[in-house]
Design a protein around this ligand. Sequence first.
Ligand SMILES: NC(=O)CC[C@H](N)C(=O)O
Length: 494
Amino acid sequence: MSRTPALMLQGTGSDVGKSVLVAGLCRLFADQGLRVRPFKPQNMSNNAAVAAIPGSDEWGEIGRAQWLQALACRVPPTVHMNPVLLKPQSETGSQIVVQGRVAGAARGRDYQRLKPALLARVLESFEHVCADADLVIVEGAGSPAEINLRAGDIANMGFATAARVPVLLVGDIDRGGVIASLVGTHAILPPEDRAPIAGFLVNKFRGDVSLFDEGLAAVTRFTGWPSFGVVPWLAGAARLPAEDSVALERLSRQPARAGDVVVAVPRLERIANFDDLDPLLHHPGVTVVFVAPGERLPERADLVLIPGSKSTIADLLALRRNGWDRDLAAHHARGGRVLGLCGGYQMLGRRIRDPEGADGEIREAEGLGLLDVETVMAGEKTVRPVAARSPEGDPIEAYEIHMGATDGPDRARPLALIDGRPEGATSADGSVAGTYLHGLFTADRWRAHFLANLGLTDAGSRYGDGVEAALDEIAADLARTLDTPAMLRLARTR
Ligand SMILES: NC(=O)CC[C@H](N)C(=O)O
């Protein structure tokens, strides 16, 4: 086993802000001239990103957060940065992606049995990441306090103990109960799982930090762990790509601003790649309304955008159960614009067939019929980055992750061209379009033209610059508030 310095952040619960902290630390230490790499043994998300599979010319999938953390390190992502990705595709089951490639699907109980076999792959990937790094910052998943999941664990202490990586425990003061959750985690962990924990930090603090000195002392009194710092509420975090569906819950509660271009997005049950919407979320003059199940699509939407889906047919049926098909038809009849991304594109067509059940249990369904195309799901998954161009010539750096293949007369009006080949489709009247291209709203010129068509004058904003600035800002906030020299010393004890 390599002895590359490494440090792991584990949380007292999910959504305590680990991914953003890891991204900030990656940027901070990279700025000190270190070759920093992110690593997350196991991630669960349908917001996947495309990463290189080293030693091959193929591409694989990793969680969006590790993609962002690689960006923070200023290195291209590889599949080894997140060797196990679970993509939920039904209430009980997930597709399992190992080192970038689909390895099968499993229900929760069966996955528990698979985990021990996956540890070897996780450690192999970790070695790979360590090989050209001065420092690896590892992110846990959920919490080590979920001791019922400890047997065969690869996400938290199972990994930390096997790879001998020191751990810092992150508590979230914003949700309340931070002292109890830190002390409680100490109390319920067996001694061998307590041993890797070298200290704690408190995240998402609002207000005067000195007011919490006694709180920190209390945690140390009960646990013996030193505090590595109190991180304030990070304003920059909201400007980074979202990974968790928890973020979606939060976003769904935001009301439309008067005078804005309104983009309505039905919150599909198995929504995938909803980070596609990020460049619109913080765009001046645009309000994205995520519509929760049971709610109507807003009547004054300028655009209804149907996002990607891990399981297109199942989500299409759910869309109908919510009555969103009727809202969509009314929106279309009023002359409203419609855009489908990946799974959403497939739903807009006339028919979807999945003869092998590659994308879910239901084999065939009639689509929404707003685009004259049809989709067939194939067993093989297309995963690749693409350099596309709109028919008007705007460059679009994007990526594809899908099993479906879509064809039909409306493809005569493509949304983009990849090496001269048409991609996507547009209805004859131009009001409905669909594409497999994820990330297309990050393309500044294309986005500006698209929004101009919806009546918005874009001041020429540059999305990528905003992400970079947010990473720098977070790194600076962490440098101010965490004992980062002590963190580096800790990583070097490995
Ligand atoms: N990312 C997506 O929306 C994927 C769509 C669909 N589940 C497919 O694999 O083709």
